[in-house]
Ligand binder design. Structure first.
Ligand SMILES: CCCCCCCCCCCCCCCC(=O)SCCNC(=O)CCNC(=O)[C@H](O)C(C)(C)COP(=O)(O)OP(=O)(O)OC[C@H]1O[C@@H](n2cnc3c(N)ncnc32)[C@H](O)[C@@H]1OP(=O)(O)O
Length: 371
């Protein structure tokens, strides 16, 4: 099968096939325990995914084809769709994914206390996140207390602040006894209503910033949406320069392997046999220092050449490394996060636009070739 056909099939079917694979794996194996919302892959790469994908895509375009108005148009369409779906549908409004969530009954919740007045373990999914949220809620309630003129509400705010400080392990001075005869659920309602009265909690980002928890409703998976869009953008664009990328790799051969074998070709015993050192110092030098220095030099050479080979000469490797990263994140999302229907809606929303765009482009370029 020719390269471009394989690439198109990969671009079109990789994401739906991975969704299926994830659910089959989910039936066969336990949920992976190493996945963490705050790990470096998620915070540094996936959550800034559009930035990384843009850099890699434009870099490849620049190194293989140069600027071209068709690429810019496709990038513009996908960027606008990414932006309105995940960032903001319009100026100062929530993005489409959050509008769907709130329209289906979802809200920003503040169920900080459980029925016994202790920290609700279902409020956020790790101690670090719970502590950060309590801190944010404390700041907002403090602000409210300083500005309200209603004595009753000010007292309630005071009681809530004391409870929150207790949950954070801070000393209130008067201990738990100083807290009022207000039930935990009433305090939760007060915290919820007060923070909502400050306004601007219509998006998941704003909810997070206020320390709340996005609960209920249908929450289309932002990760599935973004990963799909990024995979299709990278593989879709690769289709337009792969005829330049593969021959370049073939032409250059794998000269990196020579440098790699140099790294291994560094025997201390051979040094001793060939150079026949006379003094103890010379033996030490030939046995330990010379091989170590040579290895270091070769390693630096090898690293520099690898970077040059991958980033400058063949950035298509970089492109596939990122496709792999987005694919991995996609698979982990299918295993751990959201319901199947939320994953499907994330996939469909990305797929409809990016799939349509690339099918249309492929059709148009085939037509142009025929003419
Ligand atoms: C030498 C070189 C020269 C180069 C020369 C070329 C020049 C080339 C010029 C380029 C020019 C660039 C110009 C670009 C300019 C921009 O692009 S700048 C903009 C950069 N911004 C971005 O990239 C942002 C991308 N991120 C996003 O869109 C959103 O954060 C997301 C990922 C869609 C948000 O999703 P979300 O809110 O996390 O919601 P969702 O996915 O539903 O997840 C719900 C929860 O489950 C968690 N979750 C879900 N799945 C997972 C998972 N797989 N793992 C862990 N957690 C998960 C989430 O973390 C979330 O948890 P919370 O933290 O909210 O509690």
């Amino acid at each position: 099968m020719e390269h471009s056909k394989a690439l198109r099939i990969l671009a079109l079917f990789l994401c739906p096939a991975t969704l299926l694979l994830g659910h089959i794996l989910g039936l066969l194996y336990p949920v992976p325990s190493w996945i963490d919302k705050d790990d470096w892959i998620n915070t540094f790469f996936v959550k800034k995914g559009w930035f990384w994908t843009s850099v890699v895509m434009w870099w490849c375009a620049f190194r293989y084809k140069g600027w071209n108005k068709h690429i810019s148009l496709r990038y513009f369409v996908l960027s606008v769709w990414w932006f309105v779906f995940t960032q903001a549908a319009w100026f100062h409004t929530a993005p489409i994914m959050d509008l769907i969530f709130t329209a289906t009954g979802g809200l920003c919740g503040f169920d900080v206390l459980d029925t016994n007045g202790n920290l609700n373990q279902k409020f956020h999914d790790s101690d670090v996140r719970r502590t950060k949220s309590l801190d944010k809620i404390h700041t907002l309630l403090k602000k409210f207390q300083l500005t309200t003129e209603d004595e009753f509400l000010s007292n309630l705010a005071d009681h809530s602040l004391k409870s929150i400080r207790r949950l954070m392990g801070l000393n209130n001075g008067d201990g738990r006894d100083g807290e009022p005869p207000v039930s935990p659920s009433e305090l939760n309602i007060f915290i919820h209503d007060t923070i909502h009265s400050l306004g601007g909690l219509g998006s998941s980002a704003a909810c997070r910033a206020a320390g709340g928890q996005w609960t209920g409703g249908h929450d289309p998976s932002g990760h599935i949406f973004l990963n799909t869009l990024m995979i299709m953008l990278l593989l879709g664009e690769c289709d337009f320069f792969e005829n330049l990328a593969w021959p370049r790799i073939k032409r250059q051969g794998c000269k990196l392997s020579n440098y790699f074998t140099d790294l291994l070709d560094n025997s201390p015993l051979l040094n001793v046999l060939q150079r026949r050192p006379q003094t103890t110092y010379d033996v030490f030098w030939e046995l330990f220092a010379r091989p170590a220095l040579k290895c270091l030099g070769d390693l630096v050479n090898f690293s520099l050449l690898s970077v040059r080979y991958v980033v400058w000469e063949n950035p298509v490797f970089l492109l596939f490394a990122f496709v792999f990263l987005w694919w991995y994140s996609f698979l982990m999302t299918t295993l751990v996060f959201h319901t199947l229907s939320e994953q499907l809606s994330g996939l469909l929303c990305a797929y409809v636009v990016s799939g349509g765009l690339y099918l249309l482009t492929i059709k148009n370029s085939a037509k142009r070739r025929l003419v």
